[in-house]
Structure formats: C-alpha cells, structure tokens
Design a protein around this ligand. Sequence first.
Ligand code: GTP
Ligand code: MG
Length: 202
Amino acid sequence: MEIKDAQFVSSHALLSKLPLPVKHEFAFIGRSNVGKSSLINMLCNQKHLAKTSSTPGKTQTINHFIINDFWYLVDLPGYGYAKTSKKLKAEWQGFTFDYLAKRTNLLCTFVLIDIRLEPQKIDIEFMEWLAVKKIPFAIVFTKADKLTTNHTNAAVVAYKKFMLETWEELPMIFITSAEKRTGKDNLLEFIDQVIEDTSEFI
Ligand code: GTP
Ligand code: MG
C-alpha cells in the first residue's frame, strides 16, 4: 500500500468526541519519546503531520488522521514519562485504556519499543494487558538507526527470548527507523493485509 493522502482529522481527550467508528483504525502507542509521532510522519511521507518533540509527553490526546480517505491512523499519548503527575497518569490510563478496550473499529495497535533498551516492565505489562483484553497488537521497534544491523538483530532476538519465557506466542514484530525511513513497506503491507482479511468477514 502507498499512502497517497494523509490528513489530520481531530484531537480529543474524550471518547465521546472521537470520529464515528465506521472506518478501519490502527493506533500507535508506547512510552513517551519512543517515536510514535515520528513514525506516523514517516509512514505518511510528511514532516509535520503529527507533532513531534525531543521532550517526552508531547502528544497528550487521541489524534486521528485519515489515510487515503479510507482508514484512520491514530497517534496516542505516551506512557511511562517519569515527570508526569499521578493525576495525569491516572487520566492517561483512564481514557487510553478505555479507547483501546472499547474502540470497535480498531484493527491493530502497534506497540512501539525503543530498540536500544532491554525489555522494560512497563511495556511488558502493557502488552500483557492487551493480551488479556484480546486487543490485537504488533510490536514495532523504533530508532534502529541508532544501532548497527548486527546489534539490532541481536536486540530483537534477545527481546523475543525474554518474551518467550512467559508468552506462548509472539506478536508480529517490525523493525523501523523514522530517521532512515526503514520498515515502512513492511508495516504498510501488514496494514493492507489486516484490512483485506477483515473485509472478508464483513
Ligand atoms: P510523545 O508524544 O511525547 O509520547 O513522544 P513520541 O513517542 O510521539 O515521540 P516523537 O515522535 O515525538 O519523537 C521523540 C524524539 O525521538 C524526537 O526527538 C525524534 O526526533 C526522535 N526520534 C523519533 N524516531 C526516531 C528514529 O527513528 N531515529 C532517531 N534517531 N530518532 C528518532
Ligand atoms: Mg507523540
């Protein structure tokens, strides 16, 4: 799939205000600063569609973008930002978890993980929550440009090994770099396939 057209639709912190759930939807989530907004811009061939920042906590609401006038791509606020107050953390959990659990048109959630880090408790626990709730997700490793190819591959093998200590099955895994624009075709091909598979059952 080629993204020919990508446009900002809305930015909300209230589920009742989100666009009607009548189009297929894919969401991007992960720790603050992991590169969610940058990856969305890379996929859409635009520099400033989703707002990015070197300061964690930039994205604070649920942001919808309409792709090729056909499906939604969603940028979510990050989790795990140490400086966030307890109140804000609770608010984030409240509306993001609600969104993930209730959004009927959400076909897959991409959980972004910085390739340079050892498996983090917060990501593992979040993916466990998704699995318990039966919310389909895939892992997207980000910032692969920061490591050599050998180190990248070793990091992915180590992550899989860690997960397999407790998980029976692994989700789909993608390796990306917004900086070097890698991983785009694989991700878009996957999205295309998921849409196709879903349409067969409608
Ligand atoms: P929040 O909205 O705060 O949760 O962050 P985010 O996950 O949307 O991260 P964002 O895309 O704003 O990027 C955070 C920082 O990481 C920025 O300084 C980006 O330039 C940088 N960054 C994002 N992706 C990459 C990448 O693939 N490679 C490198 N080297 N830097 C990246
Ligand atoms: Mg962001």
